[in-house]
Design a protein around this ligand. Structure first.
Ligand SMILES: [Zn+2]
Length: 299
């Protein structure tokens, strides 16, 4: 957060208007320490699959999966609006093949932020609600190709499916399935790790963009029906199918505990005090539990 502050202050000094300052920050890659920079470098997950890591749920952006084939490259997500050069350099360090397809797991700016920079030379594919959310939120880089339930890209010897199993983080979540590698990229339906301030990444049901805590477990149950061993989360280190199962079970626990608290008389104002989530490793902000309360008590 210190880097962010320094960049913002510097921008305010250098530029005249606050609007210009915000734009400048969004277009500029922050300074990372050498240790953080090392954690951001592309690494091989298995033969033909790499990840450009996002580790903190903030300035490092989301994980980018890179599927390399003899006929071109498919990437999943593309971090922030300032990430295009970094991503293309990282991919070029492992292959001479061009990036031909970008699959978005959802519309958030730390995952689909550099769509616009890729669009002149590649196709961006996403769930139809990703396009709607990007347009409604005045983001750039709306995907030209959309799908409702599933789609697939066949390139070289690779088979890459995108599935929408229902709502969770947003209303446009896609899970990307590298069928021949038995690996997935989950987007933010499954996240793991620590922010730069030391806090733990916890699930975020973005209700303003159609997210749903109530439907999240069923969506992950759909994911778990896929045949995979390796799970690249939206943020954090690469994990396993069992970790996805544990994550789903913990979201269910949050729902069960919130329901029980409501049955015991909790109100919207007291719900955050009456639902404990620390043992799950998730310090949920009060507003997150109020969103669950609203969803459970609707209609
Ligand atoms: Zn997100």
């Amino acid at each position: 957060m210190r880097d962010l502050k320094r960049t913002t202050v510097l921008s305010l000094v250098l530029l005249t208007g606050a609007v210009l300052a915000v734009t400048a920050w969004q277009r500029q890659r922050p300074d990372f320490t050498p240790e953080q920079e090392a954690r951001l470098q592309i690494r091989q997950v298995m033969d033909g699959l790499y990840v450009i890591p996002g580790f903190d749920g903030g300035q490092s952006g989301g994980n980018v999966a890179v599927r390399v084939t003899g006929d071109g490259v498919i990437i999943v997500d593309n971090k922030f609006p300032y990430s295009f050069d970094f991503i293309t350099e990282q991919v070029a360090s492992v292959t001479d093949e061009p990036i031909k397809y970008i699959l978005n797991t959802h519309h958030h700016g730390d995952h689909a932020g550099s769509n616009a920079d890729f669009l002149p030379n590649a196709e961006v594919i996403a769930h139809k609600n990703v396009r709607a959310n990007i347009l409604r939120n005045n983001q750039t880089g709306a995907p030209r190709v959309v799908f409702a339930d599933e789609t697939a890209v066949y390139l070289g010897d690779a088979e890459v499916h995108a599935y929408h199993f229902g709502r969770g983080h947003t209303n446009g979540d896609a899970v990307i399935y590298f069928a021949d590698l038995r690996a997935i990229h989950t987007g933010d339906l499954f996240i793991h790790g620590q922010r730069l301030d030391g806090s733990t990444l916890a699930p975020f049901w973005d209700v303003r963009n159609g997210g749903s805590a109530v439907e999240w477990p069923a969506t992950l149950t759909g994911v778990l029906a896929l045949d995979f061993n390796t799970a690249i989360p939206g943020h954090g280190e690469t994990l396993t199918k069992n970790d996805v199962r544990t994550f789903r079970d913990n979201v269910e626990k949050v729902l069960d505990r919130t329901k029980a608290a409501i049955d015991n008389g909790a109100t919207r104002d007291t719900i955050a005090d009456q639902v404990e989530t620390g043992d799950l490793g998730w310090p949920l902000a009060p507003v997150r539990l109020q969103d669950v309360y609203d969803e459970l008590t609707a209609n």
